[in-house]
Design a protein around this ligand. Sequence first.
Ligand code: 13P
Length: 396
Amino acid sequence: MASASATLLKSSPIIDKSEWIKGQNLRQPSAGFVRCHSTSALTIRASSYADELVKTAKTIASPGRGILAMDESNATCGKRLDSIGLENTEANRQAYRTLLVSAPGLGEYISGAILFEETLYQSTTEGKKMVDVLVEQKIVPGIKVDKGLVPLPGSNNESWCQGLDGLSSRTAAYYQQGARFAKWRTVVSIPNGPSALAVKEAAWGLARYAAISQDSGLVPIVEPEILLDGEHGIDRTFEVAQKVWAEVFFYLAENNVLFEGILLKPSMVTPGAECKDKATPQQVADYTLKLLHRRIPPAVPGIMFLSGGQSEVEATLNLNAMNQSPNPWHVSFSYARALQNTCLKTWGGRPENVKAAQDALLTRAKANSLAQLGKYTGEGESEEAKKGMFVKGYVY
Ligand code: 13P
């Protein structure tokens, strides 16, 4: 072991920082080695993009801002469009995504937007690259890189997430196209176990994806979603979440992932959606922060929660409760449904409603921005924003 790494060190160049910056548009060799003393080197691989990854992660985790998750696959986008009576055509997807990315002033509240592959290569209805519109709004473009969930043989009807094969070629191409962060969503089901096999598979897949993304200059969002489904109480969610995050960080460390260059996307710790005992925002915040303190190193710059079927207002109230005193990490949002629901319904596919729909998006983005700063009051919210969006067995 010792001699193998010694040989590796001898043959591996130590990349000078100025060379990293010069060549950043080109794909770098996969590893640089970090010197710890003038005469020796650590055997820990560091992405040649290390400085850039840290910078990108910090930009996304900036005060009062969070992520707009608009990475619905074409199939999921089809379900959204269907709910407002529109056909799932490329033109309709383009019109909706144009509305989102071009909402005036969105970048005040939104630091990153996760895109589906189609959108990364798509232009707006005015013919501008969606990516360019985001950059002009000071929003970092991101990309969903997983290939979705399939049944995990040998488990208790659980799932695993596909997409590692060929991932490094895809992440390199996405970087060239302007993406600077990535997302991989896998799920853990409490009612179906979770089995040790499913948790291990989820954690290992996330860690391999994170290492590959960092190697291409993309900040990985690490998202093991613990599904809301089930009748269990909040203590059971807490117990499962502790197990899941312990394994995730074990494998992230084993894969030499740079913690300063990742973002997390956890579920909040809540009771199962079908549990008769509901939790207050204060309870959700207490359990969730306790989990984070026990499991997440302070080197991680940002915790960007998913909304998971909570209502728009619920997701904002819970986030606000978590930001009532300083945290070691930026505690913020990466919502899809809890940012887009009222916006989508207000639009209804009608060009004359675009402005009102953008205002609805900005209202939610601003509310969550205030919640990130711990200053949201919940006043003046619409009835629509208070409606829960939980769907049993939801597939994203
Ligand atoms: P929701 O906020 O709708 O749960 O979406 C989360 C997600 O992973 C989308 O990127």
